[in-house]
Design a binder for this molecule. Structure first.
Ligand code: CA
Length: 728
């Protein structure tokens, strides 16, 4: 019966099940409109698929999996499609990375593009080049009238846009592409520019229209850099997308006449969550919902930029005729107007309107920062709750507002007379479940510490090596009282906690030049341990904890609390923690620890010296620790270059006590804290006795340096050096 139905559907359609590349190539060359080429279930390793053909609107040529999700392209595999009316579905890319510039390309080469073609229900899962600063795209759209929908893209750890719409020839402009119902999952901070989730166009072609529709996509913690979406072309529509706890903004960087409507931004109060940044002419921003966004400056919940008079293509064009209406700004910490105003960016926004918007601040603090003349922004018929800090702007009426969450998950005023302000009642945010292929699970992004099993360990030969090798992601090794001599380097490749059991006295004696090596995929938490270096080799340059020497694709975390670290001084330059080049910590956090008698540096996070805007740590936090008799620096952080596309490094150092630190002649900077190019340096309520100075070198952007309530005894005053380089 099924056969009969099929033959009615198309007299010529054929299905070709293929088991290898040669069979696939043969099937492709023979394919006729309506045919389906089916890849046999299994792992297809190191296969570069070139899928070409000429289907028709009624009878496309399809490439799919025998069972969706059961065809795995791994190793050095990729996919290029070219021709007309092609459909690809059901494939999974994982366990490898593309050998070319793209995982999926909508062209075979410059001359042979795909049009009227569709990629749907395809997975790209952590398919990242192992060198984090080697660039590639996961998806590049060329040609016209293509659709990319219901796909899953998670875990891009290396440089390069996740999905790029390319406009580099006329055949790819005014393309009418549709990008919809995709799940863009966690993208960790790269620690550099070039980690946008979507980019449409480039500055070079930004005066061309793209006419791309981006709708109903879910962006889940897309934290690669300051731009989640970078629009660099004209006449695009970005509609009804959900941005969940994503650091960065939807930026209308270049190009005119874009429409941004019906989008929902849930910041969850997480750091650097932003909304929309407006640049250029004729942009329409309407019916967008923004809640609990904490970002500031160019990463604010809402930003309208100043432009550069007669701007070159790659700088900032003036905002003209922006129409900003019916948006809800609820607990949006910052709204920057005429942002970036300086001697170069002097063209203020003009001929623009702001009307029908709802502003609500639970803390009753005005969110606005106004950096230049905003008389060209006509505010009318907007509403806010009463403020206690700052005045409402002219054109925003203050009135008591009570909000209630509606069935669609969004907050609305309970007072029906206020219903005409903010987003419409009919706005329905796209849900995570509605995006991506239904057959592929969406995981939690990061395994939290202490989320697995607790495994008890008693002292003995190689017990830690064995326990670590057997541990699962999130597990806790609970060490019973005693001394643990460690005669191998402990490799940390999962999220692991090592702690002393309640009331246990635990001391670790490393016997090798390192105790821990954090390798790709590893994160380490230490709790209530004593570590004594007296049994380490009598050689210069021991390092208690280091990251993989070969570079790290995955970001890692290091947390240490209530630990005592001592006698790392058997020889000179015995360091506590050394980050390798091309490693990146999401977080290094120290609380309530004591460090004593250490000949080297404590934290060496200064390995990216090429001045490319790369660095080694996003958040460094140290609170309530004691440091005494440490020869080297407590902390060295370095970020060079001119790029402004990252939030970090961010250093928080508070309530620590330092005594006789960082005075060794081998400490080249002669500083206890040496912070070069950090974006946030907050150093407060610390006590420095007989120690070397704090040195902060401010290099770019608008770095935040807060030095407060520190006490310095026989210690030089902090040095803040401005070494600002021209903006890029
Ligand atoms: Ca960027």
């Amino acid at each position: 019966m099924l056969l009969g139905w099929c033959s009615l559907f198309s007299a010529t359609a054929a299905e070709h099940l293929v088991a290898n590349k040669a069979e696939f190539d043969q099937a492709v060359s023979a394919a006729r409109p309506g045919d389906t080429i089916i890849l046999k279930n299994g792992v297809w390793r190191d296969v570069e698929i070139i899928f070409t053909g000429e289907g028709t609107a009624a009878a496309p040529i399809t490439l799919t999996a025998q069972t969706k999700g059961k065809v795995i392209l791994s190793g050095q595999s990729n996919l290029r499609l070219a021709g007309n009316y092609l459909v690809v579905s059901g494939l999974v890319f994982k366990d490898g990375y593309t050998p070319s510039n793209e995982v999926i390309s909508f062209r075979r080469n410059k001359h042979h593009l795909a049009n009227h073609s569709r990629v749907t229900e395809v997975v790209i899962d952590n398919y990242s080049n192992p060198d984090r600063h080697e660039s590639d795209y996961w998806v590049a759209l060329y040609g016209k009238n293509n659709r990319f929908d219901h796909n899953y893209l998670v875990g891009k750890h290396n440089k390069g846009v996740t999905l790029a719409v390319r406009l580099d020839s006329e055949q790819s402009q005014q393309n009418q592409h549709r990008i919809d119902y995709n799940y863009f999952g966690h993208r960790p901070p790269l620690g550099s520019n070039g980690a946008e989730t979507i980019r449409i166009g480039t500055s070079h072609y930004s005066m061309s229209d793209s006419n791309t529709l981006i709708e109903n996509n879910y962006f889940d913690r897309c934290n690669g850099e300051v731009e989640i979406i970078s629009v660099k072309s004209g006449k695009n529509t970005l509609r009804n997308n959900t941005f969940f706890a994503s650091r960065g903004t939807l930026t209308l960087r270049h190009g005119n006449g874009n429409i941004v409507e019906d989008n929902v931004f849930f910041g969850n109060g997480e750091p650097h969550t932003g909304g929309i940044r407006v640049i250029n002419r004729d942009q329409v921003i309407r019916n967008n919902y923004m809640e609990s966004l904490t970002g500031y400056r160019f990463g604010s919940g809402f930003t309208i930029m100043n432009g550069v008079p007669d701007s070159p293509l790659n700088r900032y064009h003036q905002v003209v005729n922006a129409q900003i209406s019916q948006n809800s700004f609820i607990n949006v910490d910052n709204i920057y107007l005429a942002a970036g105003s300086d001697a170069e960016r002097s063209a203020v926004p003009i001929d623009s309107s702001v009307r029908g918007n709802l502003f609500f601040q639970q803390n009753q603090r005005s969110p606005f920062t106004i950096l230049d003349d905003i008389s060209g922004l006509a505010f009318s018929n907007n509403v806010t709750n009463p403020l206690t800090q700052g005045e409402p702007l002219k054109g925003i009426q203050a009135t008591p507002i009570t909000l209630q969450r509606a069935a669609n998950g969004l907050l609305y005023p309970t007072d029906p007379t206020l219903a005409r302000f903010g987003v419409s009642a009919g706005l329905v945010p796209v849900s995570k479940e509605a995006t991506g292929p239904a057959w592929y699970d969406k995981p939690t992004a990061i395994t939290p510490f202490d989320s697995g099993n607790i495994i008890s360990v008693v002292p003995g030969d190689n017990v830690l090596t064995k326990a670590i090798a057997a541990a699962q992601d999130g597990d806790v090794l609970e060490l019973q009282s005693g001394n643990y001599s460690v005669n191998s380097v402990l490799q940390i490749a999962t999220t692991l906690t090592i702690k002393a059991a309640a009331n246990a006295q635990v001391t670790l004696y490393p016997e090798r030049s390192s105790l821990f090596e954090i390798t790709n995929g590893g994160s380490l938490k230490l709790d209530r341990l004593h570590i004594n270096g007296k049994s380490a080799p009598d050689a210069a340059g021991n390092t208690l904890i280091r990251t993989s020497k070969s570079g790290m694709l995955r970001n890692y975390r290091f947390v240490m609390q209530h630990c005592q670290i001592e006698q790392l001084n058997i020889n000179h330059s015995f360091h506590f923690f050394d980050a390798g080049s091309h490693s990146f910590a999401d977080e290094i956090t120290l609380r309530h620890n004591r460090f004593a008698n250490i000949s080297g540096d404590l934290f060496r996070l200064d390995k990216e010296t090429d001045d490319l805007g790369i660095y080694n740590v996003e958040y460094f936090t140290a609170a309530q620790n004691q440091f005494s008799d440490v020869g080297g620096a407590l902390l060295k952080v370095y970020r060079g270059g001119t790029d402004e596309s990252t939030f970090g490094p961010q250093v928080y150092f508070s309530e620590n006590k330092l005594h006789n630190t960082s005075l060794s002649s081998r400490n080249s900077q002669q500083a206890s804290l040496w912070l070069h190019g950090a974006q946030v340096s907050e150093i407060k309520n610390n006590t420095f006795i007989d120690s070397a100075k704090v040195a902060v070198v401010e290099t770019l952007g608008e770095p935040i340096t807060r030095l407060r309530a520190n006490r310095f005894t026989n210690t030089p005053q902090p040095q803040v050096i401005s070494a600002k380089v021209p903006k890029k």
